[in-house]
Design a protein around this ligand. Structure first.
Ligand SMILES: Nc1ncnc2c1ncn2[C@@H]1O[C@H](COP(=O)(O)OP(=O)(O)O)[C@@H](O)[C@H]1O
Ligand SMILES: [Mg+2]
Length: 377
């Protein structure tokens, strides 16, 4: 479980600290480019570093040149957390980049600390997999999602033994097909959760569908192998929903909000249960009532999964309404260009507000500008 997240010179964050409450459900709110996605990314890189070396996590557009605040030579992300609920063990893990002034090369450092041990890695080929337990357990089963409705709706196939929904939403139909066969209780549960958010759904179905794939082939011409791409049609699967009206709706015609909810629930209720779920912009296409229901469902899933923590970004007061003020982290970079962050329960008028307003109304009325006052004063 994560307790604090600290970003220093990470993208638009000069020094941002999140203090997460015990609820395991946390929202990031704030205007466009306030730094919400960056926090999720900073965390996502740390979780990836548990299995992959620096050079593969921080390559290309994730390189220190792009993720360290422009003009700075040093940036870091540090997370404190605990693991286990009966006798929780505290841990810390993080990474840092520093630019050598002469060679202009970036030097990575990964570090961790438990009650018994601590360690460091300083090589582009190293990962945090050697960190002391419970750090790998706490961070390994993390997912970062920005689901796209068209990808979720697309017919798809999977060669994996255990298919899963990918970052962008592809793989939904094979994953559901797998769940239906291998974990029918879970599938049933998922269907009930979906019905709560979208009551008109009666049954989730998966049917065979044609999938177009591009395969690399080799052709021999005069003794030379020449690669070429061949477009093939193979049998995959697609999602269909049976509705209470008796209609059967194919995936491409399912409403955006419904398919996104189905995608989210499939990730959360997968038998390979994630511990940390990072979700960007969750309310896409959802009716206010469905947004509220989605939060109810999230709370139920969290209650059933003691190790699960969900951090998400949102712009919706309806979603914020379903949360307490300590679950809402308000971000602003309006005045300085750098992100400042406060929890809504740090607002000076929170006690008054809690008696008269819902959390969403309070946020809507106060916006983000109070944060600077709270910091300066
Ligand atoms: N290397 C960097 N240095 C400074 N600022 C950066 C860097 N990379 C991105 N940013 C800034 O971070 C902001 C992006 O924040 P983001 O997390 O996407 O916001 P949100 O998700 O809240 O809309 C943009 O204003 C962008 O200019
Ligand atoms: Mg964003």
């Amino acid at each position: 479980m994560l307790e604090t997240v600290e970003l220093k010179n990470f993208k638009g964050h000069q020094c941002t600290r999140l203090n997460l409450d015990q609820s395991r459900l946390h929202a990031l709110v704030g205007q466009n480019s306030a730094g919400k996605t960056s926090i999720l990314q900073g965390l996502h890189y740390l979780t990836r570093l548990v299995d992959a070396p620096f050079k593969s996590v921080f390559g290309y557009h994730n390189s220190p040149d792009f993720i360290t605040t422009i003009g700075q030579n040093k940036g870091s992300v540090i997370v404190n957390g605990f693991w286990g609920y009966r006798s929780p063990r505290k841990w810390q893990a993080g990474y840092q980049f520093e630019k050598n002034r002469e060679s202009l090369q970036w030097w990575p450092t990964g570090f961790w600390k438990t009650d018994q041990d601590s360690g460091e890695i300083t090589n582009w080929s190293d990962s945090l997999s050697i960190a002391e337990s419970p750090i790998p357990q706490a961070l390994r089963f993390a997912v970062y999602l920005k689901l796209v409705a068209t990808n979720l709706a697309r017919a798809d196939y999977s060669e994996a033994v255990t298919p899963r929904v990918e970052f962008d939403g592809s793989g939904l139909a094979p994953t559901l097909d797998y769940l239906r066969d291998e974990a029918p209780d879970q599938f049933q549960n998922l269907q009930e959760m979906l019905q709560k958010v979208v009551p008109s759904v009666q049954r989730i179905g998966i049917r065979r569908a044609k999938v177009q794939v591009n395969r690399q082939r080799l052709i021999e011409v005069n003794g030379q192998s020449i690669p070429y791409e061949e477009r093939q049609e193979i049998a995959g699967q697609e999602v269909v929903l049976d509705m209470h009206t008796g209609e059967r709706i194919p995936a491409h015609a399912i409403s955006e909000g419904t398919i996104l909810t189905l995608g989210l629930l499939t990730v959360l209720m997968n038998p390979r249960k994630p511990n940390l779920v990072l979700l960007d912009d969750i309310e896409q296409g959802l009716h206010p009532k469905a947004q509220r229901e989605l939060m109810t469902v999230f709370k139920e899933i969290i209650k059933d999964n003691q190790n699960l923590q969900i951090i998400f970004s949102t712009h919706s007061p309806y979603i914020v309404d379903e949360l307490t003020t300590s679950q809402v982290h308000v971000l602003s970079n309006r005045q300085s260009g750098f992100t400042n962050c406060k929890r809504l329960d740090e607002h000076p008028d929170v006690e008054w507000a809690q008696q008269t307003l819902t959390t969403g109304e309070f946020w809507d009325a106060e916006g983000e500008d109070w944060i600077m006052g709270a910091i300066n004063g």
